[in-house]
Design a protein around this ligand. Structure first.
Ligand SMILES: NC(=O)C1=CN([C@@H]2O[C@H](COP(=O)(O)OP(=O)(O)OC[C@H]3O[C@@H](n4cnc5c(N)ncnc54)[C@H](OP(=O)(O)O)[C@@H]3O)[C@@H](O)[C@H]2O)[C@@H](O)CC1
Ligand SMILES: Nc1ncnc2c1ncn2[C@@H]1O[C@H](COP(=O)(O)OP(=O)(O)O)[C@@H](O)[C@H]1O
Ligand SMILES: [Mg+2]
Length: 284
């Protein structure tokens, strides 16, 4: 089947402008479970991207060593901490987020794996899983059946291979990912150049983005953007499509100013506003 292009026409079917009388309490609350010692940056990037993508509230759940880092780096974001200093060991919270993003920078410590398992057994909130959360799933494939329906997975090619096994052709890669998506009722964002999204038999192909995105943390930012959209009541497939498009668009907007070399993940975040504005302007 031919992929559906994720272009402006497709995006305008899904994109919702912000209601004038909305307030932060109804704009959605996203929870980002991220970071470990030396990789708190992943939590900073994901939660900053979330608050810059329209949800009303963002909470970051990090190991203790991340507390001051997040509070100072992004005062707009609230912080909950694990009992452990350097890694996540038990995911417990009393807030009621509308979406959860888990994985950037969490590592694969045994205690973190146990915490992820317990979390998945109990979670019913719309979910996006990235990075080490995917690697943990790959090591414990029986946990895939615990995921809430239409959970969004965002693997890069290596993470995808860990999840579905090796492929010998592009065709086989798509066949295996479609079978995987159908078996567990998941949405798979196959990150790459270009990114494809698999939702059962349906394949979408992104049209934005460029090689400037080949830089540390750009996937962590994507997780934050999609978590934010999910918290704003976009359906999981809509959040994945819009998130991937906006993420790529930031790089297309920034490229004339930064060039490929000096573009960094924070430049994605600082151009999210212009990316949203270009959607608003195209409606006028
Ligand atoms: N500032 C921070 O805190 C940051 C924290 N981060 C966090 O670090 C954790 C580890 O994440 P990670 O992705 O670096 O490690 P890992 O899963 O082993 O993958 C690496 C291997 O995968 C491959 N590969 C990747 N992309 C590919 C592609 N497009 N096309 C083809 N192959 C590709 C490539 O394999 P190779 O080609 O070398 O065989 C590469 O060596 C994770 O939690 C993340 O969130 C980072 O986000 C950085 C900023
Ligand atoms: N050459 C490229 N062209 C377009 N997009 C790219 C390119 N290289 C990387 N990307 C995008 O950048 C992101 C990288 O994600 P990931 O590998 O998870 O990074 P990290 O783990 O460092 O945050 C993905 O969204 C991917 O599609
Ligand atoms: Mg990544």
């Amino acid at each position: 089947m031919l992929p559906i292009p994720i272009d402006l026409k497709e995006i305008l079917k899904h994109y919702k402008t912000i209601a004038q009388h909305t307030h932060k309490g109804i704009q959605g609350h996203a929870l980002l479970i991220a970071g470990s010692y030396g990789k708190i940056g992943a939590a900073v990037l994901a939660s900053k991207a979330a608050i810059k993508s329209g949800c009303g509230l963002v909470t970051a759940f990090v190991p203790k060593c991340g507390y001051e880092i997040i509070q100072i780096a992004i005062p707009e974001v609230m912080v909950l901490t694990d009992m452990e200093e350097k890694y996540i060991s038990k995911i417990a919270f009393e807030i009621q987020p509308q979406a959860i993003g888990i994985g950037p920078g969490i590592g694969q410590d045994e205690a973190t794996q146990k915490a992820v398992h317990e979390f998945l057994e109990n979670n019913k909130i719309p979910l996006i899983m990235d990075a080490d959360a995917l690697n943990i799933l790959s090591q414990n494939k029986s946990w895939l059946s615990l995921l809430v329906s239409k959970t969004i997975l965002t693997p890069h090619p290596k993470e995808l291979e860990r999840l579905i096994g090796k492929w010998t052709s592009e065709e086989e890669k798509f066949q295996k990912t479609i079978a995987f998506s159908k078996e567990y009722n998941l949405i798979v964002v196959m990150k790459g150049a270009p990114t494809h999204i698999i939702d059962g038999e349906t394949i979408y192909q992104n049209t934005t983005g460029n090689a400037a995105l080949a830089t540390a943390g750009s996937g962590d930012v994507l997780t934050g953007i999609i978590s934010s959209l999910l918290a704003q009541s976009y359906e999981p497939i809509q959040a994945a499509i819009l998130g991937v498009y906006l993420h790529g668009l930031t790089a297309d907007i920034a490229l004339p100013e930064t060039g490929y070399q000096s573009f960094i993940a924070s430049d994605i975040i600082s151009n999210i506003g212009k990316a949203f504005l270009s959607l608003d302007n195209s409606r006028k």
